[in-house]
Design a protein around this ligand. Structure first.
Ligand code: SDX
Length: 427
């Protein structure tokens, strides 16, 4: 029996269908609201609004659950690789060994970038932020592959092509910004090992691939791979809804991710911890500032729109960082500071009452520091991880028969009608 929600407006009743997701989530389908009632809804920040139906990622913010295509992220971080998890997100199933080998070979075959792109990279001002470079260069990819039309037959190649090239472009942005020689991808290295080699290999000091770092980087990128309809994924879907090519849609997602409230938080956390460490500010004072409505300071890496408990990714990240540090006998005062800060915050009524816990960005920076990724590359690392998610969500949207161009409405609060006044008659 279909379920309905009834809305009563000015004495008239309207019924709207209730839809139930595969995990029992309930939603009211208001697609006919304006047509039936003349009313729209208002939901600033879309905290209560579903933009689509999706079968890619499931999150339960109250229980701290995150699954990609039904598989818990804890199991993927433990047993999978970033390439295999990317295949899972893109294709909706785990690959057979043969399918995974073919996919890995394709990613390696497509990992070089057009030589002319180096001219673009070299002409960015030296102080350019790598996220600004990368979002521009991802958009520019379309110009380097003019043979690509937007028909489906190209999309099956465009998706792995972008996945293959993003780490080459990220490493190029880093090398060129430092005036170093660009290192090319090697066919004998896995996805993550290739990225590390392109970042750190140099003619004076050849890079030794460390299997520990490769395993940890796989887990790091798996934890970032998708997160349903977050800000940057929504940007990819909204821009993609105009039927623009994949590169332009992903470039918009990268721009959205850059913000310190979103993926830029991983860089902001380390900058915050550095400031506290250097200034010697007492943690109680830091917490007081974070609670003070008159102070723009927020505890970066804390809080989440969906998770009202510990972000499951932050839990895994913290354990991964602890294991990595213990195994390599590393010390980092910022990691110790982060743990102390978490402890103080999680015993404070303000944080407890608002369900503010560490999110994925709180500990991720301490791992990236430990593997020598420069701070201004942290959000680039998030973007590489999130790319398979963006691509899968974009593909799902263009394949969705119900999908149409995104065009929200508004409640107008400006001046009512007034006449134009000639300039000499104005006061
Ligand atoms: C990511 O959406 C996703 O899934 C994103 C992401 C992904 O994988 O794609 O998970 C990645 O972006 C993680 C979030 C990274 N950002 C940060 O760590 C920045 C710090 N966090 C906050 O800015 C904030 O928590 C947000 C932006 C993450 C969430 O903001 P919301 O959902 O709009 O929550 P809110 O601002 O309405 O906060 C509710 C209350 C407010 O206080 P009151 O008005 O109730 O008194 O909590 C307070 C906020 O002031 N609050 C904080 C806080 N976060 C929320 N107070 C101090 N420090 C914080 N970090």
């Amino acid at each position: 029996m279909a379920e309905y929600a009834t809305l009563e407006i000015e004495g008239k009743k309207y019924k709207f269908p209730i839809i139930t997701g595969s995990e029992g989530e309930k939603g009211i389908d208001i697609s006919a609201l304006r047509r039936q009632t003349g009313y729209i809804t208002l939901d600033t920040g879309y905290g209560n609004t579903g933009s689509c139906k999706s079968s890619i990622t499931f999150m339960d913010g109250e229980k701290g659950i995150l699954r990609y295509r039904g598989i818990p992220v804890e199991q993927l971080a433990e047993y999978s690789t970033f390439t295999e998890t990317s295949y899972l997100l893109l294709n909706g199933k785990l690959p057979t060994r043969n399918e995974l080998n073919k996919f890995s070979v394709m990613l390696n075959d497509l990992s070089l970038v057009h030589e002319d792109m180096q001219t673009f990279f070299q002409n960015f001002p030296r102080a350019s932020h790598p996220m600004g470079i990368l979002s521009s260069m991802v958009n520019a990819l379309r110009s380097f592959y003019p043979e690509l039309k937007d028909e489906d037959d190209d999309i099956e190649k465009t998706m792995p092509r972008l996945l293959a090239k993003i780490r080459t472009m990220a490493a190029m942005a880093f090398k060129i910004s430092r005036g170093y020689k660009v290192v090319y991808p090697r066919p004998d290295l896995s996805y993550c090992a290739n990225f590390l080699n392109m970042m750190f290999d140099s003619p004076v000091k050849p890079y030794e691939v460390d299997p520990d770092v490769v395993k940890a980087l796989n887990a790091f990128w798996i934890l970032h791979a998708d997160h349903e309809q977050n800000c940057s994924t929504s940007a990819v879907r909204v821009v993609g809804s105009g039927r623009v090519n994949l590169y332009a849609a992903v470039s918009a997602g990268m721009a959205a991710l850059w913000g310190p409230l979103h993926g830029g938080a991983n860089q902001a956390v380390i900058e915050m911890l550095n400031d506290i460490h250097k200034s010697g500010t007492k943690l109680k004072k830091v917490i007081e500032r974070a609670k003070d409505k008159n102070d723009p300071f927020r505890l970066m890496g804390f809080g989440h729109r969906v998770y009202k408990t510990y972000d499951p990714r932050a839990k895994i990240m913290k354990k991964m960082v602890d294991n990595y540090f213990a195994k390599n006998k590393l010390e980092d005062p910022l990691l110790n500071l982060a743990k102390e800060l978490e402890e103080v915050a999680l015993t404070d009524e303000y944080f407890i009452s608002r369900n503010l816990y560490p999110n994925v960005d709180f500990y991720s920076g301490t791992f990236l520091r430990a593997i020598n990724i420069p701070t201004n590359m942290f959000t680039v690392m998030f973007a590489i991880g999130r790319l398979p998610g963006w691509i899968s969500q974009w593909k799902e949207s263009i394949d969705d028969p119900d999908w149409k161009i995104s065009r929200p409405r508004q409640i107008y609060t400006g001046p009512t009608e007034q006449q134009f006044v000639l300039i000499d008659e104005r006061e």
